[in-house]
Design a binder for this molecule. Structure first.
Ligand SMILES: [Zn+2]
Length: 172
């Protein structure tokens, strides 16, 4: 998929001042290049082959992602970049996410999705910014499977999805 890689390459850049825009652009190019998959809640993720190609390219060109990729398995159906995760929730039903540690890459119990964003785009991430996993898989660190939103937005979306799942309220 060389055209896709050529299109996305200029935006895989460690440029903090335009990082958020780059993250959004990589996602929109990825969605446009092949038939995207509609997932829960009306959101879309790229087709799995796009995610395969993106991981392969990033692993080849970025040493931090190259290291991480040795632990990633790609989900065949959705193209999630999955890392081992014992449970999606802890005993108090708080969401859990894979964490990574590697001194060389400045990671010390760093959330895997934040590690990927930092390694590829180097955004300025405050504690108030959350990564909303559009694919709903906590184990996933695919940068095209999420959106950076404020904690408030993320929690509102979570409430909606929970109510939707339990049938308490429709989304319309
Ligand atoms: Zn995913």
């Amino acid at each position: 998929m060389p055209e896709y890689i050529n299109a996305v390459k200029p935006y895989l850049e460690k440029a903090p001042e335009q990082a958020f825009e780059n993250i959004r652009t990589v996602r929109s190019i990825s969605l446009a290049v092949n038939q995207a998959i509609a997932v829960y809640g009306g959101y879309e993720i790229p087709s799995p082959d796009v995610s395969w190609n993106l991981l392969e390219y990033c692993a080849d060109t970025n040493s931090a992602i190259g290291w991480l990729a040795t632990m990633i398995t790609i989900d065949e159906e959705f193209g999630c970049w999955c890392l081992p995760l014992a449970a999606e929730y802890d005993e108090k039903t708080r969401a859990r996410y894979p964490q990574v540690s590697r001194k060389e890459y400045g990671a010390h119990s760093t959330l895997a999705h934040r590690f990927v964003l930092s390694s590829l785009f180097n955004p300025t991430l405050t504690r108030d910014l959350h990564w909303d996993h559009i694919c709903r898989s906590h184990a996933c660190c695919n940068p095209t499977h999420g959106e950076l939103v404020t904690a408030k937005t993320n929690n509102a979306r979570k409430d909606l999805s929970l109510r939707h799942t339990t049938g308490m309220e429709t989304l319309f």
